[in-house]
Write a protein of this length. Sequence first.
Length: 119
Amino acid sequence: QIQLVESGGGLVQAGDSLRLSCAASGRTFTNYRMSWFRQTPEKKESSVVAAIGLNAANTYYSDSVKGRFTISRDNAKNTVTLQMNKLKPEDTAIYYCAGALDGEDYNYWGQGTQVTVSS
């Protein structure tokens, strides 16, 4: 299994940018598709924000962040990054990095990092 540690959260103003990073250790990172989820104060369940395939060729973005967020991965450094631009107050959430082996659910999660966007 892999272990995931997020970093880069913080308090910013609307319109600012933040870059979240997730460092993976343990098993072969290239075997895992990776995603960023977020959990808002209003919802108990987290929702996917962005996802990236094994070799970074395929990406997915939720409608709420499309055009503002960019997910990337560096398989040589075992990291996945979420670049967040033009942040909005509704982006305020705990952001989680998660990994899944091909064909499986997201069973590997980081501890989360808080992002707060003030208006």
